[in-house]
Design a protein around this ligand. Structure first.
Ligand code: TRP
Length: 345
């Protein structure tokens, strides 16, 4: 049975949190059973918004790897790729940028949001972020791309680019489909979406004590002043978490009922949530500790995946060079060997 190839990735921006776990990583782990998986460490993409802390990047990459492997990304079944080690990503991005208008890129929602937040002029690299992402996908001729909703405009651009390339130069790339994750967006401890840069995340690498402190300080129902006040369960992150992570649906129902009646305090519901979350995270954390203690092994996993990916990337790029009328290195050396240099120039 041939399995559809998927490619997806994360930018190594910091440790993974619960939102990554329930939103994406658990889905990736399942996809390993049904798809040929490529998981990309998109370190070049990090530089589009943050290139001023080079010393942190290596550390983020190792931590990302440790988190991925801890939750069950399995290098014996999936290919883990470090983007910057394979120059074909940058090369294909350059070639695809010839097929993409500046105006089209300026309309991408993530770009428009980013430039509102930046104090600087946006870089050319930020504008072409989605072109590099299209190159990531098309380089491996991936059929499906598991992503969250925020990435859909980027996948749409990759599809358009594949279509345009095929129309101009002949059938080359499959049009990749987004595989939309239907996992609920996890709220952070302040009830905004969980996000590394908001300071509201519970991380895989947090200790049990750190987790407890975060949960005890979590946002609940702001209208409830006394334990005996009837409380609101809907939109209350403490209950959102219980629903997702508490293995006992009966207990959750009972908590809800008593919370609504005003016969259980926030502290009790939160203390139980601490146990539930730490129980859920414990096996991941144990595995993570082992992986992070052995950075050599992590690098080895990264390099062996990257070697395999490099082979595919090179073949794709050679095909693209040829179709676009360029000489790739193999043809070039064949011509040189055949003493046919005059014919080239
Ligand atoms: N832009 C993606 C994100 O921020 C990361 C990414 C880079 C990616 N290249 C990709 C995702 C290719 C899917 C496919 O989450």
């Amino acid at each position: 049975m041939t399995r559809n190839r998927i490619l997806t990735g994360h930018r190594p921006t910091g440790p993974r949190h619960l939102g990554h776990l329930v939103g994406t990583l658990e889905n990736w782990v399942r996809l390993q059973d049904t798809h040929e998986c490529f998981f990309l460490v998109a370190d070049l993409h990090v530089l589009t918004t943050n290139h001023t802390h080079p010393e942190r990047l290596q550390d983020h990459i190792l931590n990302l790897m440790a988190d991925w492997l801890a939750v069950g990304v399995d290098p014996s079944r999936a290919t883990i790729v470090l983007q910057s080690i394979i120059p074909e990503h940058a090369q294909l991005s350059l070639l695809l940028s010839m097929l993409t208008s500046v105006a089209r890129l300026e309309r991408i929602p993530a770009y428009k949001e980013q430039i509102k937040e930046l104090s600087l002029q946006p870089s050319l690299g930020l504008l072409t972020y989605p072109v590099l992402q299209a190159a990531d996908i098309l380089l491996y001729k991936a059929m499906e791309v598991p992503v969250g909703e925020d990435q859909l405009p980027h996948i749409e651009l990759a599809r358009e680019t594949a279509r345009r390339f095929n129309q101009t130069f002949g059938e080359t790339f499959p049009e990749p489909e987004a595989l939309l994750s239907h996992a609920p967006r996890l709220p952070g401890i302040d009830n905004r979406t969980m996000h590394t840069s908001y300071g509201n995340a519970i991380f895989l690498r947090d200790s049990e004590e750190q987790t407890a402190r975060k949960v005890i300080g979590m946002y609940t129902d702001p209208t409830r002043i006394h334990t005996t006040d009837p409380g609101h369960v809907e939109g209350n992150p403490v209950f959102v978490y219980h629903e997702i992570f508490n293995p006992s649906a009966d207990e959750v129902d009972e908590f809800k009922e008593r919370y609504r009646q005003g016969s259980i305090g926030d502290v009790e519901v939160k203390q139980r949530l601490v146990e539930v979350l730490n129980g859920y995270l414990r096996p991941y954390r144990e595995r993570r500790r082992k992986f992070i203690a052995n950075p050599h092994a992590l690098l080895e996993v990264l390099f062996s995946g990257t070697v395999k990916a490099k082979f595919i990337a090179q073949q794709t790029l050679e095909g693209v060079y040829e179709k676009m009328g360029l000489l790739h290195s193999q043809t070039f050396s064949e011509k040189v060997l055949a003493n046919n240099i005059a014919g080239i120039f």
